[in-house]
Design a protein around this ligand. Sequence first.
Ligand code: F6R
Length: 364
Amino acid sequence: DKGNYRHFMAKEIAEQPEVIGHTLAHYVDMAKGRVKLADNLPFDFKSLDRIAISACGTAYYAGLVARYWFERYARIPVDIDVASEFRYREPPLNSNGLALVISQSGETADTLASLRHCMESGMKAAAIVNVPSSTIAREADAVFPTLAGPEIGVASTKALSCQLTVLACLAIAAGRARGVLTEQEERKLITALIELPRLIVDVLKIEHQIEGMAKSFSKAKDVLYLGRGTSYPVALEGALKLKEISYIHAEGYAAGELKHGPIALVDETVPVVVIAPHDHLFEKTVSNMQEVAARGGKIILITDERGAAEAEGVGEVLVVPASNPFVAPMVCLVPVQLIAYHTAVFMGTDVDQPRNLAKSVTVE
Ligand code: F6R
């Protein structure tokens, strides 16, 4: 049931504060300010050599964000690849590593094959899934459910937010187990997570501004998305969402890669969405942004108040609430979802059932 919404996608975007809250309630002991996981996990974060993540599409981008988190907060090396490559790449696997697959449907053929491949080579395998009765959930050694509820829109939105929520909790648990995070640091990260639903409610208030940009996006033939650090996977996700539902060609790049090729595409007809919360990478991204501006590119900057003040005059700015950099990718995700949604609505495409796409991809 779409309720009062025009599309399932709109409803699912709006539900994100609530479903992130549900997911957090499952993984966080609110009274103690600590992550709680089952006592009988079939692996131990403390003794892991590495984590090998595989997933497809949007779920893969969740894994890309998580790589930064596991490396930074738990000092675990992470391998990550799209599942369709991972299974044929023949990476040397070792039994001290943990395989981690991420899938909304739990039925994606390539992701399932990666899971089986890792388990056959003696690795323990964990799965983050939204459908508890799915094949991937049944086969994995450990299942970490996302509590997004059924996702009907083909373009994944709330499932990604919940995947990130679970991954954030796992990274914190790993950081504690490995003695990287102090109790105080853990509590700080948990506080940031607990504030997230409220921050996203605030982000949703700029929906009107984003709707007003739809017309100009709809005229573009190409759109670029740029970000650094954990904003880079957000850029990839923004580009994928726009392609999927509006059929406008879009690409996401690590901001530092711009000058290695894609800058050749920039002219006054190309909107460039820059995702840059005011963190330790902000200055660097801004200098990439100035290179775009100098070539006439139309900049749409997603940042917080401080970032907006420092980048004044740069183009259109979408101001999101300031947050701990840990959760910033989840805050910045929402505007890129809304850009894709409103552009597609403006263009009159079938938002919930985009052409050529299926909700669950059960063939290679
Ligand atoms: C994008 C999208 C797809 C899926 C991908 C994996 O909006 O929905 O890219 O993320 O097909 O699907 P799951 O998560 O079901 O394995």
